[in-house]
Structures are given as structure tokens and as C-alpha cells.
Design a protein around this ligand. Structure first.
Ligand code: JFZ
Length: 429
């Protein structure tokens, strides 16, 4: 018995686990690209925008499927202009877009051949907005990711039901694996018909944490179709086998302000954190609680200081436009990035851990010290990994500094500060 166990465990030690995921070279390169990009636009857009009450409206108002199906005929985004959206993304200094191909309401915002519960078959608009957006992204050099919901409040085979979507009037029956086959089919469509895709951002696993989601099969399908496509899953756990990045929702990595992040740990994969401009993901016409441009720049900078990308959300209106409160802020962030982008793009977390006063980022021999909340003129830092040869602000103005065997002192007069974020560039020997 004992020998058997030993034999088995030594065998297991030498044999790689059957399911072990080895990312392709193209995937590893894409992870570097992803980390270098640092800033993307999240778009929550679907037929729910018609009601102007967020993307959870079907669940929150207990709308049965039959009633909810009255929304697509009212969804006619005649003012949607892919070129305008992508130009806004570029003006914001963003490098990628992650858009809802399907949210929890199950509605496909693309032309699926596997269901008629999609934008082409059910709306008067009849056009595949993801195709239009994909073509424009490829034209303007922006990467496109799809947010795809595992959870489905509309599909009859999403059964047994999970924590949510229990008031949709669906019959109490369904074939779980038929649902998974359908979902894999849609994923196949998304990775086949839209050119090169940046990756898939899954969400909704948490609705049924003990279900057999057959993730290995879905992940393999994606990596077989497009090896460079990055997979992330908003399950709020350490990444599962086959995933390529780890995401955090409404918290910096390791932050625990959101209840669902209370056990969140930070793993070794590239990181991303997502946040809203007001309080809502999908369009909410009553939500006026906008974060300021300064708060949003701080979020971006703090994310970079935590080695994470920032995926900033907008919920477009049902007519296809992005409201001015969003676009203005995006353009202002872009303005800050045009002057200070060197301290964000292509950087990794810096040598000094994130602090209340700010964060550090670094690229090669340069360390960027971001002064976000420094009330004093002088900042003391621990010893850096090299001797400083130059210290300056982004406008070239020299910064006074002192180095001893205890550490580094920087003097940055209040008069020369940028109200959004003052960046001191330290060149190290
Ligand atoms: C999810 C979505 O439900 C939400 O609509 C949005 O798309 C956001 C980006 O991601 O948010 C969650 C995720 C997990 C829980 C709740 C909301 N949860 O575990 O209760």
C-alpha cells in the first residue's frame, strides 16, 4: 500500500499533468504587449441600455425573458460610429478595447449563427457592431478584446440555475452541456470571424462556482484558434490553469474595498484592474456620480504602480453615442498622457512599493516617481538599485536631490507641481 502510494507520487512528480498549459511564444509576446499597453477602454453595451438602468436591470427588476425580449426591437443605435469610438480611444491614450460580446442577458452583440438572440436578427439596426468595431480597431491599430459572460439569464439550457437570473420565467429544465457547447460555439465565432482578437474576458463563473464549466476545453479552443489571444476570467480567484492574465474589479491588485475581493490574492500573471467613471457599467441615465479626471488619472497611475493595467469603463447610450461626461474625461486623461506617457506605457512596477503619497514605475534605467499626494516639498525614498545620474520633471526642469547611504531625498517645490500628477524621472547609473 505504502509502496504503491510512493510509486504513484513519484510517477506524478516526473510526469507533467495532462492539462498543463504551456503558452505559445506568440501568447507570451502578447502578454508583454498587454503589460506595455497599460490602458484600455471597457465598453458595456447591450439592449439593456434602452432602459438606462445598468446591465443588471433584467435581474434587478425580475424581468421575465418574454418581457425582456421586447427590448431588442427598441434598440436602434443609428448614431453608432465605430471610427468615432476608436478615435476617442486613441485620444484618451488607450491601447485596447474590451467590449461586451454578450453580457448576462445572453444577448449577442454580433451576428451569431447559433441563435437568433442577437443584434442582427432581433433589432431594427440589423448590423453587426462588433464587426464594424473590429474592422475599425484593426485600421487604427487598437487591439480588441471581448467580454463574454459565462452566466446567461436568457438561455433555457443554463440549468441548473445559479445565484442570479432566477426570476426569468424559464422552465425548470435544461441541458447544461448543451449550453456549454453553445457557448463554445459563440466563442469559436468570435475568434474566427473578427480577425485578430486581443483576448477574451470571461465573467459570471461566480454565479455557479461548483458547476463543471469545462473551462479547459473552452480555453484550449481559444488558444488553438488564436494562440496569442489572452484569456482572463473575472472569478476573483487566483488564475486558473490556461489563463493568461489576472483581473481585479473595482480594486487595485490586493485591494479589498469591494466585498468580492476580500480573499483576492495577487498571482504572477499580467494584471489588470477595471473601474467605472460613474457608478455604473452599463448605461445608467440617473447616475451622475462622475469621478473627476484627477481621480481617474490617479487610478491609472496607481494601477501602473501596482504593475497593473487600467481598464476604464463607459456605458454607451442606446443611440450609439458616448455621453459627453465620459468623452470629456477620456480626452483630458489623454492630454495628461501625451505629456507623461513615458512614465506609464511600457513600464513595470517601480522599486519603491506603492505608498499614500504616490507610486513608482520603471523602464530600463529610468525610475518614475509619481507624486500624487505629497504635501511636503521634500520626499525621502529608500536606497534605489543604482546611483542617480539625473533627476528632472517631464518638462525638463532639474530636480534637486541628495543621496546618502541611507537613501534618497528629492526636493520638488510646490510651485512646479502638476495638479494631476507630478512625475520625477530619475535616471540610474
Ligand atoms: C461583473 C458583472 O456582473 C458586472 O455587470 C460587470 O460586467 C462587471 C465588470 O463584472 O461584476 C460582478 C462580478 C462578480 C460579482 C458581482 C458583480 N459577484 O461575485 O457577486
Amino acid at each position: 500500500m505504502k509502496t504503491g502510494c510512493l510509486l504513484l507520487s513519484s510517477l506524478l512528480a516526473v510526469l507533467p499533468a495532462a492539462a498543463e498549459y504551456r503558452p505559445a511564444a506568440a501568447n507570451l509576446a502578447a502578454r508583454q504587449w498587454f503589460q506595455d499597453a497599460r490602458f484600455g477602454l471597457f465598453i458595456h453595451w447591450g439592449v439593456y441600455s434602452v432602459l438606462g438602468d445598468g446591465e443588471w436591470v433584467m435581474n434587478n427588476r425580475k424581468i421575465p425573458v418574454e418581457e425582456y425580449e421586447k427590448l431588442p426591437p427598441q434598440f436602434n443605435p443609428t448614431k453608432f460610429d465605430a471610427a468615432e469610438w476608436v478615435s476617442l480611444v486613441k485620444a484618451a491614450g488607450m491601447r485596447y478595447i474590451t467590449i461586451t460580446s454578450k453580457h448576462h442577458d445572453g444577448f449577442a452583440m454580433f451576428d451569431s449563427k447559433l441563435t437568433d438572440w442577437d443584434i442582427v436578427d432581433r433589432t431594427p439596426y440589423k448590423k453587426d457592431v462588433l464587426k464594424m468595431l473590429a474592422d475599425e480597431c484593426h485600421k487604427q491599430g487598437i487591439k480588441l478584446f471581448f467580454y463574454h459572460s459565462h452566466l446567461d439569464w436568457h438561455h433555457p439550457d443554463y440549468y441548473p440555475r445559479g445565484r442570479t437570473g432566477r426570476n426569468t420565467g424559464r422552465p425548470e429544465s435544461g441541458e447544461w452541456y448543451r449550453y456549454l457547447d453553445f457557448m463554445d460555439g459563440e466563442i469559436r465565432e468570435l475568434l474566427t470571424n473578427y480577425g485578430e482578437i486581443g483576448g477574451i474576458w470571461f465573467d459570471g463563473w461566480w454565479d455557479k462556482p461548483t458547476a463543471d464549466w469545462r473551462l479547459e476545453k473552452t480555453y484550449k479552443l481559444i488558444h488553438d484558434l488564436q494562440p496569442a489571444a489572452l484569456i482572463g476570467n473575472n472569478h476573483h480567484r487566483l488564475p486558473f490553469e490556461g489563463e493568461d492574465f489576472q483581473m481585479f474589479e473595482k480594486d487595485l491588485p490586493g485591494g479589498k474595498t469591494a466585498e468580492f475581493n476580500k480573499d483576492a490574492q495577487v498571482g504572477k500573471l499580467p494584471l489588470e484592474t477595471c473601474e467605472t467613471i460613474n457608478k455604473a457599467w452599463g448605461y445608467n441615465q440617473n447616475d451622475q456620480q462622475y469621478k473627476s479626471t484627477r481621480e481617474l488619472v490617479h487610478y491609472l497611475v496607481r494601477a501602473a504602480g501596482h504593475n497593473a493595467n487600467f481598464l476604464l469603463n463607459v456605458g454607451p447610450r442606446p443611440d450609439g453615442t458616448i455621453q459627453p461626461e465620459f468623452s470629456e474625461r477620456l480626452r483630458e486623461i489623454g492630454g495628461w498622457l501625451r505629456a507623461n506617457g513615458e512614465s506609464i506605457y511600457g513600464t513595470r512596477q517601480g522599486p519603491v512599493a506603492p505608498r499614500d503619497w504616490g507610486v513608482t514605475t520603471q523602464k530600463g534605467k529610468k525610475v518614475y516617481v509619481h507624486l500624487l499626494k505629497l504635501e511636503d516639498e521634500v520626499l525621502a525614498l529608500p536606497k534605489l538599485p543604482g546611483k542617480i545620474t539625473r533627476a528632472a520633471l517631464v518638462n525638463g526642469a532639474k530636480v534637486e536631490y541628495g543621496e546618502t547611504n541611507l537613501g534618497v531625498l528629492l526636493k520638488v517645490p510646490l510651485a512646479g507641481r502638476d495638479p494631476l500628477d507630478t512625475v520625477v524621472t530619475l535616471e540610474l547609473q
